[in-house]
Design a protein around this ligand. Sequence first.
Ligand code: GLA
Ligand code: ZN
Length: 683
Amino acid sequence: MINSKKSKIWYGGDYNPDQWEKEVWDEDLRMFKLSGIDVATLNVFGWSKNQPDEDTYDFGWLDEMMDKLHADGVGVCLATSTAAHPAWMARKYPDVLQVDFYGRKRKFGGRHNSCPNSPTFRKYSVRMAEKLAERYKDHPALLIWHINNEYGGAGNCYCDNCEAAFREWLKERYGTLEAVNRAWNTGFWGHIFHSWEDIVLPSGLSEEWYGANGRTETNFQGISLDYMRFHSDSLLECYKLEYEAVKKHTPDIPVTTNLMGAFKKLDYHKWAKALDVVSWDSYPRFDTPHSYTGMMHDLMRGLKEGQPFMLMEQTPSQQNWQPYNSLKRPGVMRLWSYQAVARGADTVMFFQLRRSIGACEKYHGAVIEHVGHEHTRVFRECAQLGAELQKLGDTIIDAKFQAKVAIVFDWENWWAIEMSSGPTIDLRYVDEAHKYYKALYELGIAADVVSVEADLSSYDLVIAPVMYMVKQGVANKLEQYVQAGGSLISTFFSGIVNESDLVTVGGYPGELRKLFGIWAEEIDALLPTQRNRMIVSAGTNGMKEEYECGLLCDLIHSEGAEVKAVYGDDFYQGMPALTVNKFGEGEAWYLATSPEQAFIKDWLSQLCSSRGIQPIIQNVPEGVETTIRYKDKQQYLFVLNHNDQAVQIDLAQVTGTDLLTDRSLTGGEVELAAHDVMIIKLS
Ligand code: GLA
Ligand code: ZN
């Protein structure tokens, strides 16, 4: 349980009374009660109000608000407010300001605007966290700490303090300059460093530039990868300093910071180790597939080995920062809230509780809209959900997820793939992972999304798409997993480099060559308009005879693996496109190209059914999502209808009670309205 003081699904979100006159506060509290809101995230951007100058701290408004909320039964997720520094600090201590990619010193403005290696920032952010912890350590409303906000949300810093810190970071990682030169292959383009001072940050002034497809390109992958690691670590260090400051006074209050799903800049697997609870902000675009949102929830759940997570933010209605900010259709906010719960969230929280009147988020949705009263569609929907969550009480809290399939996701691999400079600019790591996830999602098969360090032994099938970077120990670990009977899938462009982006010589896929029983001699990149075909071996159950493929085609030779499909066209027609290698008790599949989605679905369907990995319910209509959460011996089946129309669902033998309606279900056909949800306590 996140905090036993509140043993139900927390319901609430970001609340900024500090931006309002006190006159509205009681009105807010009245409406929180009406809508079942019982958690408020306070003080996210309160720094400049709480500390008007270097020596003055004034928490008057916060004292009053904490007490008021508590009196009304609303708990507090208390932010440390350090995601935007005060203007006086920027004026007085310019080291707090960042230097951008082109070497320009920034002025005061925006948010997420502090240099993570600024001595001023570190000093005052930690002091603020500590002051808050000292002050509120015994406050009964305090449920959890929310450190900073969406770390990494703005540009990176390239200032002199960061540069000096980078050199120290390198000394720590490599020990000697010789080791750095080796790791970065600095003989290339005459880059050999003879002094630590020779090393500068890779920016638009040195090694990097903004290329096509939103990528940051670099001359030196080794340097740029280390800078990304360093930058992620620098922010993590800031987080940890605040973490320690609050823990000193409140050792029993959990601590989190709100993450952002597949947010590229921060290695969340590393971060998760420093969080007590994972929390994240879910903002699907108007055209985001539901399966993608599902994958993000699963990625976040996987950060802490399946421990329940917090949905920290979502909009009740619309966003403001997308090109087209569609309203969530009636029922959709509720549906997406339950999607998070279905995948392991124990909170449903919004940005924001009351809509602001000025600056760039005034058109961002809120529970309380500009009209100021409760007679709105959005409020009614929020209140309905609030009542349902009250009714659910602690039933689902702490219930776990179980999956027999895992998808491996690795941030450093992602960085390396997308700064590789060849063979294609169209390869997007997250999209590749999503293809597999989507197929499983549509098949109704539960998957975990896990780190490359995760224990794989409980999974029957592990999918590691585009394992381009093979870090130390990973090849060995995968071999052991397959040896012991596991089934592994990897794809094209795998086993190419080590963690410094240095190629493993002796034939691709390098360290994975023995495991897959293949050698990839060359890699062809196809134009967006070009296709090849995969011709599937006769006698492969349930598959078509051929499928399209494209993007990249590894030209592979079998070295013992059985060939299951071959290319249909081009000069490599007849060469293997899909192979399987028996290895110990298990098998290792290598898919040498990126096929059309139908292939992935047909193939995974075969692989899963032959391993006894079953969908949760057979044959659900398209657009219906199913998951199960497990608690002790009890199972809770979530059925979510993402369609705009009602659907008929065949529950077959499933019996139980829908916790939302108390309807008892005795198997067979049931109708589920458009955007509606059932949470069936199975009997
Ligand atoms: C983020 C931030 C919030 C707010 C919302 C708007 O998630 O954490 O402060 O800006 O976006 O969507
Ligand atoms: Zn800096």
